[in-house]
Design a protein around this ligand. Structure first.
Ligand code: CA
Length: 525
């Protein structure tokens, strides 16, 4: 856990003309770099931690290479030893989506990884839960307050009677009415809500609370054939439904009583379930980063990438997402596609997203926050190179559009196309069927989800020390030189299996969770 005492610069590729400073607090001007790629270099400026230093003289207009990719072009001549900050760089244009290499890179020849298991809840559809939660689906925001109070009563009065049930989740959201529900794009929030109610951590139990007059009617949210059936009534009438505007509800308490009473049958079935030993191939892991810094792409994301390779080798599923954070690396993604169709699907999703941003008169450069820049990430091109490392080195086996659900046979590495917003990405990965979430952060975020454990990975030891009871794993050990990327990836993989088996994350211990946030590209009325 000790930060390097000797000045240390980390270069990602031998051809890079910049490296980043690893030391806590950065390094003062005049520092002589003792070893490594910058040996003998004298710093001309104070360089903050995570920021870039020029390893050679860089001419005006010349490419600044990190990961052997231009992350910008120098606006003026930059002398070796200078701090290369974002004001010195022009961002390269986005790669055209035509003429890309399509599925040209052979898949790595990996030996399968056998013998890893976890204790999970096997569902009727073959999916596996890592938690045993009762979810209450809602059709519209109008019912959220009522559902919140009903959930509190279920937790207080019923949960003690059903000790195998881990909790109750009210699936609150902002959609359902006041929206152009037939407009192009409206299918995204609708299928997202449908597929979240079918998440493996909810055990195939579907219970719906609706208002009655809303645009998103229960039969549209969960049409016949889209949900699991337990009895003849569900087969005939649809999923278990409490409609607040029904005549039978006289007064507020009758609504609450009705929801609480209906929950009992679901809780009984959930409570009868037991964890059982399943192979690691049942993992469906969503990876994401948020509050990134320049270490994200040096420590945490490479460790997560190695972990992703282990999951793929074990026959499991890893989803990576965040369209604007992969857009600048599109060429690497289409090259890694398992076949030409998958490469075309990647182009289709990123092209759709380009057009979506264009409609809002924005582009990918709207990504990167003040915190990203303070952490050393000059622009989205640099951020993207560090972001896609989370996906490891496997072949991309398939692509999901926003809100789509994985089919049982969709194993391996999956590009689930989503916006990069932490909450929207997490919500869409839940809809895709994620049963475990890995989240890397450099600046720090207390992010959590109620429906699924979130393992948070710190990029720097300083963050891991300060947020010792929020960060689950310290990938800063890689920059400190006390752990290799491979060791960190293996340790993360083993932490995933323990967490999938029931070990609580810090976010779960504190009951920290963020709201579900739907991606709705369609108009509001
Ligand atoms: Ca994110």
């Amino acid at each position: 856990m000790n930060a390097p005492l000797r000045p240390l610069a980390i270069r990602m590729h031998p051809d890079d003309n910049v490296a980043i400073i690893a030391n806590d607090g950065g390094l003062p001007a005049g520092t002589v770099m003792p070893e490594g790629p910058a040996a003998g270099l004298i710093l001309r400026d104070k360089v903050p931690q995570g920021h870039k230093v020029a390893l050679t003289d860089i001419a005006a207009g010349q490419a600044v290479l990190r990961y052997n990719v231009p992350v910008g072009y120098a606006r003026e001549a930059v002398a070796a030893g200078s701090w290369v900050h974002e004001r010195l760089l022009d961002i390269p244009p986005a790669r055209e989506l035509q003429g890309l290499p399509m599925a040209t890179q052979p898949a790595p020849a990996w030996a399968p990884l056998a013998g890893y298991t976890f204790e999970g809840y096997v569902n009727a559809d073959g999916s596996v839960g890592t938690r045993n939660l009762l979810a209450i689906t809602t059709t519209v925001q109008c019912v959220a307050g009522v559902v919140k109070i009903a959930v509190e009563r279920i937790e207080r009065e019923l949960l003690p009677l059903y000790p195998n049930v881990d909790g109750v989740v009210g699936l609150e959201h902002g959609y359902g009415c006041g929206v152009a529900i037939d407009a192009p794009g409206a299918e995204i929030p609708i299928r997202t809500l449908r597929n979240i109610s079918l998440n493996p951590n909810f055990g195939g139990e579907v219970m719906v609370v609706s208002l009655g007059c809303e645009k998103l009617q229960p039969s549209r949210l969960l049409p016949p054939g889209s949900f699991p059936i337990h009895d003849a009534r569900e087969a005939e009438q649809g999923p278990d439904l409490v409609c607040l505007q029904d005549d039978e509800h006289v007064g507020f308490m009758s609504m609450i009583d009705d929801i609480v009473q209906r929950a009992q049958a679901h809780l009984q079935r959930l409570n009868a379930r037991q964890r059982q030993t399943v192979p690691a191939s049942a993992l469906v892991v969503g990876v994401q980063c948020g509050g990134s810094d320049a270490f994200s792409g040096v420590t945490a994301n490479p460790a997560v990438g190695h972990m992703a390779d282990l999951i793929v080798r074990a026959g499991g599923t890893v989803m990576f997402s965040e369209n604007t954070e992969v857009r600048d690396a599109v060429e690497q993604l289409t090259r890694r596609a398992a076949n030409a169709q998958v490469a075309q699907d990647i182009v289709r999703e990123l092209g759709w997203y380009d057009a979506y941003l264009d409609r809002g008169r924005a582009d990918r450069t709207a990504n990167t926050t003040p915190g990203n820049k303070a952490g050393g990430l000059s622009n989205i091109a640099e951020k993207a190179m560090g972001s896609i490392i989370k996906s490891g080195s496997g072949a991309i086996a398939s692509v999901l559009a926003p809100g789509e659900k994985l089919r049982p046979d969709q194993k391996g590495l999956v590009f689930a196309a989503t916006p990069a917003s932490d909450f929207i990405c997490g919500t869409l990965q839940l809809a895709a069927g994620m049963n475990l979430h890995v989240f890397t952060t450099g600046r720090g975020t207390p992010y959590g989800l109620q429906a699924c454990p979130v393992i948070k990975v710190a990029t720097r030891s300083d963050l891991a020390r300060r947020w010792h009871d929020l960060m689950d794993f310290n990938a800063g050990q890689i920059a400190d030189g006390t752990m290799t990327i491979e060791e960190a990836g293996q340790a993360l993989f083993e932490m995933l299996l323990a967490t999938a088996s029931g070990k609580k994350t810090w976010a779960e211990q504190w009951q920290l969770h963020n709201a579900l946030v739907l991606f709705n590209p369609a108009p509001i009325t």
